[in-house]
Design a protein. Structure first.
Length: 225
């Protein structure tokens, strides 16, 4: 078992590519920032378990102290819709990590931040289930960076594209606490880099944005710093 969190879902490419058609616009980051709790904008502290935003009750996604998710330059100039899609794309990513550390394949976090019964929800569940079946959790620092947002003309869908550096995040045996390191994937190796393209969709009932489908590519050379 690799020490990495992400198990690339290349088979998802067709589903995501169809929905990306017609998305335009974009924007990148302008300042360095670390989101300790991605439920809220980057300038705020980690919210309490009953935190709400725009009347939406968002699940608590507090992670253990030995696991940090860092979102560098997590900003966009793609307007309010792009900002909301980018925020909840980070929440979707964080929800998978939360399900893994909670060892709960029915965790409310990923169910909140993904469209019911769509591919992104299945992907999240599969990630969590594989860790539960292996008896693994997560430890270390997982870094996400270089976000790009393309909002569709109707402004209810957006493609969120970004990179991940898994150099400092590892699997950990739940029972023994042993950290599972991949000695072949040293710092700077291609195996550490992953690219994401997530199609985010605004909920019909609220301002919440949810992951609909995604493409995840491992050994992403384009993500090297």
């Amino acid at each position: 078992m690799s020490h990495r969190r992400t198990l690339p879902a290349l088979a998802a490419a067709a589903a995501a590519t169809v929905l990306l058609a017609g998305c335009g616009g974009g924007g990148g980051g302008e300042k360095d920032d670390t989101i300790a709790g991605a439920q809220e904008p980057s300038h705020t502290a980690t919210p309490s378990p009953d935190a709400t935003e725009d009347g939406i009750e968002r699940p608590d996604m507090t992670l253990p102290k030995d696991l940090k998710l860092v979102f560098d330059d997590w900003t966009t100039s793609a307007g309010p819709e792009g900002e909301a899609a980018l925020r909840d794309a980070a929440n979707y990513v964080r929800s998978i990590a939360h399900g893994i550390v909670k060892q709960d394949a029915s965790d409310s976090a990923y169910l909140t931040y993904s469209v019911p019964l769509e591919q992104a929800q299945s992907y999240a569940k599969n990630q969590i289930e594989q860790y539960i079946e292996g008896g693994w959790t997560l430890t270390g620092t997982d870094r996400y960076y270089r976000p790009e947002v393309r909002v569709a003309e109707e402004k209810t869908r957006a493609a969120v594209i970004f990179c991940e550096d898994q150099s400092d995040v590892y699997g950990k045996d739940v029972e023994s606490g042993e950290v599972l390191r991949d000695e072949e994937a040293g710092e700077g190796e291609a195996e550490n880099y992953v690219s994401y393209e997530i199609v985010m969709q605004q909920s019909e009932k609220s301002t919440l944005w949810q992951a609909h489908s995604l493409v995840v590519r491992g050994k992403a050379d384009e993500c090297r710093d």
